[in-house]
Design a protein around this ligand. Structure first.
Ligand code: GLN
Ligand code: ZN
Length: 774
């Protein structure tokens, strides 16, 4: 086979939600029964066509496989699972006789239906994207389902393009999968690799037949040191996989991309396989230096694709430095290309859609601008540095302007940080303060609460949007929000919850709300990025030193508390989550930025206490997400992230009950850190995993309050009373009664009122049943 040449400039992936969130609208309208499958497919196809044209306009080649096909209706991991037929038994009726799954069936696997739980969802590496976790059984029958992959390639060809299909690679697919619940103990999905590979071979054959010259197989699992399978087994799997795929014929040339970190010893293994191109993340990782002679000789035969444009952040950055990094790859191979470090799915479409950022726009690059940066560097590679001197200089000049711009450094913030001492990070010991809180709050056994938000109805969204656009009087807006808070408080009183919330109607987003009120942040107008499925967030941009010009949440909480005798929880977003879900300045350590945010929250907690709020929740759902993939960097991260939380909460009175909320159930590596947060009560996700998580927590000796979720809010399903009773009993078998709280997995804002009321009613009824039995 003669290898087609690899394009000098490419990207690993592109946002798929659409510049105006077209895909979100199309998918949600299909889910709601307002449009047909044909209409949805047509919208998707139009979006793919627009993306190709746009990428070509921005400088990627039309016919040299530079444009990746990374469209997905929901999730790329689900796509890969479906493409190889890895569909759990409970969904097998959705697959037709030819092994194909229609779109409705695909969405059922993603979202669940009736009693059928969807696939579990979890964080994609160190990003804020969530993928669906495939389930593999010892007897999963793998079979190719190539239609969707092939269609994209053919559709591109019809429009005059040769694009590059992208698929999660076989090793990553299995390493990210979990054993199906029916699998015997000790079964590992990766042990099914030999059965899976023939299906990938067949997919490659079909893609080749459709005209694909290159295929990209993403193998990020190999950079992730927290995967539980032994490294030597991972490397064996990698060798086997790419020896088999490499030997397949006919097939497209294979480009293995390894975003989100360094390949480490996996590079030696991959170099020894027949793959034609290897992508290295040179933003998180670096150009390998101490390579074995054999690896060097092998890499010299391959195309090395330097991921030098950061797919994670929005800074325009140091373009000259990026060119140096990719040029240093030229010492390893004569065939070098430039790319992004990761898919651009983590950044918004384009800065062209922003009008409110003033001079700061010039510091930024979103997806489209990053594609252009790739174009500049590719030209630098082809024609030499001098050919792009003007572009490199312009980027450097923007960096210089950014360094000295007003607000980037604030003397008052810096001296306050300097003056902190150890005592600012601790409260009275838990054993001493817990009885003070019990006396203050007088809660029943198994206290019930929610995570904060209540359903955000169309009227609330409209009211907020009208106010944001300046179309509504402040007094009118405030009275609308107060009316909603009153409704939510009344509802909770009627349902019989113990610790109430105000419902967060005033919050568009749990980070943006604070970003809009803190100095040092910008918010965007159209900077949407996909979080999971059709869910998008609009990360704020943290560019300068952070301070709090005025209280941010106090008036809403004070009002809510004035309506009830029961405690109302104040609701704040923690420093780590504010960082994790924003695009954060890259010119100082995250630890320092986190402490600045923590101080602002500390002042807010003081003001909430002064307003009579006795329970305050500081959400840290992103604590796990920012955990570095490299083991060496983890303890330093956990030190500063825990420290920032403790700095934020350390000024609270002993009688104030501090809650925190974490959105996920995978604790393993951060359990010690969660304990070190020293929150009085921690709520976590547990319903989807049927409480598996509580065993670990209990056996670790965790003795503070814990609220494992009993209602999976990611799905429209209403849990039955019996089901909730069972979950509570599972938890209470291992968690001491005085420590156990009853709550949903997460906030309710994405749910409708009917299902929320029905679910909360069942939760309360179940809690009462368990209390009565005791
Ligand atoms: N308090 C927030 C809410 O209820 C928490 C959201 C989250 O954890 N992602 O919506
Ligand atoms: Zn949550």
């Amino acid at each position: 086979m003669s290898t087609p040449s690899f394009p000098t400039g490419t990207i690993l992936g592109y946002p798929r939600i659409g510049r105006r969130r077209e895909l979100k609208r199309a998918v949600e309208s299909f889910w709601a029964g307002r449009s047909s499958v044909a209409e949805l497919e047509e919208a998707a196809s139009a979006l793919r066509a627009a993306t190709r044209e746009r990428l070509a306009d921005l400088g990627l080649g039309r016919t040299d496989s530079a444009i990746p096909e990374t469209f997905s209706y929901y999730d790329q991991v689900l796509d890969a699972a479906v493409a190889v037929g890895a569909i759990p038994d409970r969904f097998s009726d959705l697959v037709d006789a030819d092994g194909e799954l229609d779109l409705a069936g695909y969405f059922t696997i993603a979202r669940g239906e009736g009693d059928r739980a969807p696939l579990e969802m979890t964080k994609w590496f160190d990003s804020n994207y969530h993928y669906l976790v495939p389930e593999i059984a010892p007897d999963t029958v793998f079979q190719p389902s190539a239609d969707r992959l092939v269609r994209a390639v053919e559709e591109a060809a019809d429009a005059g393009f040769t694009t590059r299909p992208v698929l999660v690679g076989p090793v990553t697919l299995l390493l990210l999968s979990k054993p199906s619940s029916s699998a015997p103990a000790g079964f590992r999905p990766i042990d099914r690799l030999a059965d899976l590979l023939p299906v990938y071979v067949e997919l490659l054959r079909r893609l080749h037949a459709a005209g694909a010259e290159w295929v990209q197989l993403d193998e990020p699992a190999l950079v992730n040191q927290s995967i539980e399978v032994d490294r030597s087994d991972q490397l064996t799997a990698l060798r086997q996989a790419y020896d088999v795929l490499g030997a397949a014929s006919p097939r497209p040339a294979i480009f293995v991309a390894a975003p989100y970190g360094s390949l480490g010893d996996a590079l030696d293994v991959l170099a020894a396989t027949p793959v034609e191109a290897i992508g290295l993340d040179l933003v998180r990782g670096s150009v390998p230096t101490d390579l074995a002679e054999a690896t060097r000789a092998r890499l010299a035969q391959k195309t090395l694709v330097g991921g030098v444009i950061d797919g994670h952040n929005v800074w325009r950055g140091d373009l000259a430095g990026a060119l140096d990094a990719v040029l240093s790859l030229a010492e390893l191979s004569s065939s070098v290309a430039v790319s992004t470090s990761t898919s651009l799915q983590h950044v918004p479409h384009t800065t062209e859609d922003e009008t409110g950022l003033g001079d700061r726009l010039d510091w930024l690059a979103f997806a489209d601008e990053k594609v252009q940066q790739v174009g500049v560097l590719a030209r630098g590679l082809r024609e030499g540095r001098a050919a792009v001197g003007a572009e490199l200089d312009a980027a450097s000049a923007a960096l210089d302007r950014r360094r000295v711009a007003p607000g980037v450094r604030d003397g008052a913030v810096r001296s306050r940080l300097q003056g902190l001492s150890g005592g600012d990070f601790s409260r009275m010991p838990y054993a001493d303060r817990a009885p003070v809180q019990d006396a203050e709050l007088e809660l029943p056994a198994l206290p019930t609460t929610t995570i904060g938000s209540f359903p955000q109805t169309a009227e609330i969204r409209r009211a907020r949007a009208a106010f944001a656009r300046g179309e509504a009087e402040e007094s009118h807006y405030v009275s609308e929000m107060r009316a909603e808070i009153r409704r939510v408080i009344d509802l909770q009183e009627q349902l019989g919850l113990d610790v109430l919330v105000h419902g967060e109607p005033e919050r568009n987003d749990m980070v943006q709300y604070f970003a809009e009120r803190l100095a040092g942040f910008d918010v965007t107008e159209n900077g949407w990025v996909q979080s999971y499925g059709s869910r998008c967030t609009r990360p704020s941009i943290l560019w300068g030193d952070v301070s709090r010009p005025a209280p941010m949440t106090v008036e809403w909480s004070r009002y809510a508390q004035s309506l009830t005798e029961k405690p109302v929880k104040g609701m704040l977003t923690g420093p780590v989550t504010i960082l994790a879900w924003s695009f954060v300045r890259d010119d100082q350590p995250l630890a320092e930025t986190a402490r600045q945010v923590a101080l602002a929250l500390r002042d807010e907690i003081g003001d909430l206490e002064a307003a009579g709020i006795r329970v305050i929740q500081v959400d840290e759902p992103a604590l796990r997400e920012l955990l570095p993939l490299e083991r060496d960097a983890q303890s330093d991260y956990l030190d500063w992230s825990v420290g920032a939380f403790r700095l934020a909460t350390g000024g609270a009175a002993s009688a104030t009950q501090i809650h925190t909320h974490l959105c996920y159930s995978e604790f393993g590596v951060i359990l010690d850190a969660v304990r070190a947060l020293d929150a009085d009560v921690t709520s976590i996700e547990a319903a989807r995993s049927r409480m598996d998580v509580v065993d670990d927590i209990a056996s670790s000796g965790f003795d503070h309050g814990i609220g494992p979720g009993v209602y999976d809010i990611h799905s429209p399903r209403v849990p039955s009373v019996d089901e909730v009773v069972e979950l509570i009993e599972r938890a209470s078998a291992v968690v001491p009664e005085r420590a156990l709280w009853i709550n949903p997995d997460c906030g309710l804002k994405t749910r409708g009122y009917d299902e929320t009321i029905a679910s909360l009613r069942n939760i309360i009824e179940a809690t009462r049943a368990v209390r009565d039995r005791a």
